[in-house]
Design a protein around this ligand. Structure first.
Ligand code: ADP
Ligand code: MG
Length: 434
């Protein structure tokens, strides 16, 4: 009996594998629509094959396993096409082993495929609880149908009653567990996306205050010069000079607004080759008003290396680290941003001369909601940073000394450089000048 239970548990393990792996893989790869469509079905087909290959040893020619669960799940989530493919996989692969169960399996697989094709639309729209209940009930029904057909076909080689009963119990309970985990994984992914969005909103709100302050200066200056032109009789060259200054100031205000909007507007994200120097300069432009308000001097040592990543996320990550650095220097200081290559990896070092962190604070960094800034902080910034760097296959090292400052070192894989065979000398010069 224990061995039978062990075999069932092995099947449950097979079923849970795609439940955990597929969503994370799809989130990471952000692949084509085709991949999104076919990957889950392919995984469920693999699970069906694994379940049939390593079934419950019941000592009869009936192969007992939990293949109906991936068949149900794949068909209910994937629709009629997936249902047809998965039931064919189950029928064809099971028939390779022969025995009395082949016919029962074929009949039950066809019933599952037909039922799930009808139910799929309703199923995906149901709330979590009802969906789990429906899937559990369906798997119990198909288990019962299997048991009834086994008796009805009435072969001499019938499996022991205890195994049939255990099967009837294990199948729905395993289905409930798989559904609950599936919903949990989806819930976590959605939550993480919401947190990243919330952090962005928070950064935008903070920046908005300093940016409105920054825009007011050029506008006031422009207004002053226009007033001078209007009120006083001026020589033609003086008038031109004042008009030019007013226009420059207006351009500056416009540039600030453009930066802010580029950062704030949601953009569809695809990984691309990013010039680290340009990206850092862009983020510094965005963060400069905040630095000016705290009398922070921004120093840079940049080099034009490239990495592969999503532009907005990369900027958000740099912005979060720089914002923390500036916030750590309320009475002014130096923010030094340094870029180089170390052991074949790109290194971005962001160092501040701020308040620093204790060992305990350093250990908790990146924990959601860990903040020392009271209601002004969200404690989400560094979590987002870790997550983005991880998604770019990078690592972070943070060193900090209390009252001295903090250094954040971000290591990222370098983007492959264009091969020398395909670029001309002129292009090489252009790359070097970037
Ligand atoms: P928040 O900035 O909203 O507090 P973060 O996740 O960005 O959230 O940072 C968490 C905490 O880590 C901060 O509250 C701060 O105590 C500490 N911290 C992060 N960066 C620095 C830094 N450069 N210098 C000192 N403390 C820092
Ligand atoms: Mg922060």
């Amino acid at each position: 009996m224990i061995n039978i239970f062990k075999d069932f548990l092995l099947n449950v393990f097979f079923i849970l594998l795609p439940v955990f792996l597929v969503p994370f893989w799809m989130e990471r790869e952000k692949g084509t629509e085709r991949l999104r469509l076919y990957l889950p079905t392919a995984c469920y087909a693999a699970v069906i094959v694994l379940c049939i290959t390593l079934p419950v040893e019941a000592g009869s020619s009936f192969i007992f396993d939990l293949r109906q669960i991936p068949l149900w799940l794949g068909s209910l989530y994937g629709g009629a096409g997936a249902a047809a493919f998965l039931s064919c996989t189950a029928i064809v692969y099971r028939s390779l082993f022969g025995g009395a169960g082949v016919l029962v399996n074929a009949l039950v697989s066809i019933v599952i495929a037909a039922a799930s094709s009808v139910l799929t639309k309703t199923f995906v729209r149901l709330p979590t609880k009802q969906r789990t209940l429906l899937a559990t009930a369906l798997s119990f029904a198909s288990g019962l149908l299997t048991a009834v057909l086994t008796v009805w076909i009435n072969t001499p080689d019938r499996p022991p009653l205890s195994v049939s009963l255990l099967f009837l119990l294990m199948q729905p309970s395993s289905m409930a567990v798989a559904c609950l985990f599936q919903e949990m994984v989806h819930h976590n992914i959605a939550l993480r996306k919401r947190i990243i969005r919330a952090e962005k909103m928070e950064a935008i709100t903070h920046l908005a205050a300093s940016i409105s302050h920054e825009i007011r200066n050029p506008l006031t200056a422009a207004r002053g010069f226009i007033q001078l032109i209007e009120e006083q009789p001026l020589a033609a060259d003086k008038r031109r000079q004042y008009a030019r200054i007013a226009m420059e100031e207006l351009d500056r205000a416009e540039a600030i607004i453009t930066d802010y909007l580029t950062f704030a507007k949601p953009a569809p994200e695809t990984p691309e080759k990013l010039n680290v120097k340009l990206e850092i300069e862009r983020v510094i432009d965005i963060i400069r008003p905040l630095a000016n308000m705290s009398c922070v001097d921004v120093k840079t040592t940049l080099a034009p290396f490239s990495v592969i990543g999503e532009r907005e996320k990369f900027r958000q990550c740099l912005l979060n680290v720089m914002k923390n650095a500036i916030e750590a220097m309320p009475n002014g200081g130096i923010l030094h941003i340094y870029v180089s290559v170390e052991q074949g990896r790109l290194l971005i070092r962001i160092a501040d001369t701020g308040v620093g962190m204790t060992k305990e604070q350093l250990e908790r960094l990146g924990e959601p909601y860990f903040t020392t800034k009271g209601i002004k902080g969200t404690g989400l910034g560094m979590m987002v940073v870790y997550r983005i760097i991880e998604s770019m296959n990078g690592t972070i090292r943070i060193e900090s000394e209390i009252h001295k400052g903090t250094t954040v070192s971000i290591y990222l894989p370098l983007a492959p450089s264009p091969s020398s065979a395909t670029i001309s000398d002129k292009e090489k010069q252009l790359f070097a000048a970037l």
